[in-house]
Design a protein around this ligand. Structure first.
Ligand code: FEO
Length: 401
């Protein structure tokens, strides 16, 4: 069959040879409504080099794009910047098919690849600051441990001032456009923030250190090529600023009121709480957990100063939707300073204390008294919810001064 797939030229000697996943809607629990891309890059050097590969089902698409430039069997070097399977799932088969002379990964990458796959080839370790010789060119590698896996590393092509940044600075966005300046900036901003919230937020201290290091290099990158979404050639400075802000996890004048509800009692409480917050000028997102995905809640929590979670009690437990989102958020380690638990119950009423326990684990400061109601909230209880919103709003404003 005639090859219809094409590589996309990034610079004179570097091509995008990745795959577009238009259909993926769940990336290990993160709702990817705009799909994704798995980016791989071909560097034309004396030793033609492939940077990363793609998810297993997309191997043929990647190789077809390579074949639009060179014979894939001419690839002499593969560099694996990140071992997660969306970038290495096709690696074992690609190695068998094209038989590259050399394969490189970070020292942790060598270990992780060995644990994930039975590669019948040696993967050589390239340490922090070392270079991979591509013949007439060289690729400098920097370990970026826990960004977001232990093996993660960046690689840098100095002649082109081009940084291959694996997951960092990426986003889940399937598009026919390959560069940032070809895509609506509002879409880029939303998808980059959603990606940061759902993938990188727990590693914010490491992101801060990395940004310091990158700043200290004194290198002005012309192009930053991540493993998902568009290649940055116009506004890398913008995404770098956003990363500095997100990594700092400084709260803004924003609250998230997330709730599950059975017969609308907890919903009424959520709405009353939001009224109190809004009265103090706090921007509030009220999120029904049956209508909002956990990854949308994570996006909203990224810069929020208040997280209030409500749930009825079902069979002595909080509602499963509330347990889902709290488990997810706890793992993402936001630094939301203030919060509250609230909810209704029929007879036993454990949910509020259970939510409080998780919020406390997340180091969220809670009010002395939460609001809990048997059956249906009357005007008095809704007034207490509103007062709670006012109290939380005042506390946040104090902190932001
Ligand atoms: Fe895109 Fe961490 O894999």
């Amino acid at each position: 069959m005639k090859n219809v797939m094409r590589a996309v030229k990034i610079t004179e000697n570097v091509y995008w040879v990745g795959a577009i996943d238009w259909n993926i809607r769940d990336f290990h629990g993160y709702a990817t409504r705009r799909g994704s891309t798995y980016n791989a890059y071909l560097v034309l050097a004396e030793k033609p080099t492939l940077i990363d590969t793609v998810k297993a089902p997309f191997r043929q698409e990647m190789l077809a794009r390579v074949a639009s430039v060179i014979d894939p069997r001419d690839i002499a070097v593969i560099v694996s910047n990140h071992a997660e399977m969306d970038h290495t799932g096709s690696l074992p088969e690609v190695i068998r098919e094209i038989d590259p002379g050399e394969i490189y990964a970070s020292p942790m990458g060598v270990k992780v690849l060995g644990e994930l796959f039975s590669l019948d080839r040696e993967v050589k370790a390239v340490r922090d600051g070392e270079t991979v010789n591509l013949g007439n060119r060289a690729l400098t590698c920097w370990e970026t441990r826990m960004l977001h896996w232990p093996d993660s590393m960046f690689s840098y092509l100095s002649e082109d001032r081009l940084l291959f940044s694996q997951d960092a600075f990426g986003m889940h966005l399937a598009s026919s456009e390959r560069f940032d300046d070809e895509i609506d900036p509002a879409v880029l901003a939303y998808e980059a923030a959603t990606y940061y919230a759902n993938i990188l937020m727990p590693f914010s201290p490491q992101v801060e250190k990395l940004l310091e290091r990158v700043g200290g290099l004194g290198v002005e990158f012309a192009i930053v090529a991540p493993d998902h979404g568009p290649v940055w050639r116009k506004d890398f400075a913008g995404i770098l600023d956003s990363y500095a802000r997100w990594a700092g996890r400084r709260p803004s004048r924003k609250a998230v009121v997330a709730y599950a509800t059975m017969w609308h009692s907890t919903e009424l409480m959520a709405r009353a709480l939001a009224e109190g917050l809004a009265e103090r000028g706090i921007s509030v997102k009220v999120m029904s957990l049956s209508e909002n995905h956990r990854s949308d809640v994570a996006y909203e929590v990224l810069e929020a100063g208040i997280l209030a979670v409500g749930s009825p009690t079902l069979n002595n437990n909080m509602f499963p939707l509330a347990a889902d989102v709290l488990t997810y958020l706890k793992g993402l380690r936001p630094r939301t300073p203030l919060g509250a638990a609230f909810g209704s119950y029929g007879w036993s009423g454990e949910s509020v204390a259970q939510i409080e326990a998780i919020l406390s684990d997340m180091k969220v400061e809670l009010p002395e008294e939460s609001v809990r109601v048997k059956n249906v909230p009357g005007v008095d209880v809704l007034g207490r919810c509103r007062d709670l919103g006012v109290l939380l709003g005042d506390k946040l404003l104090e902190r932001l001064q």
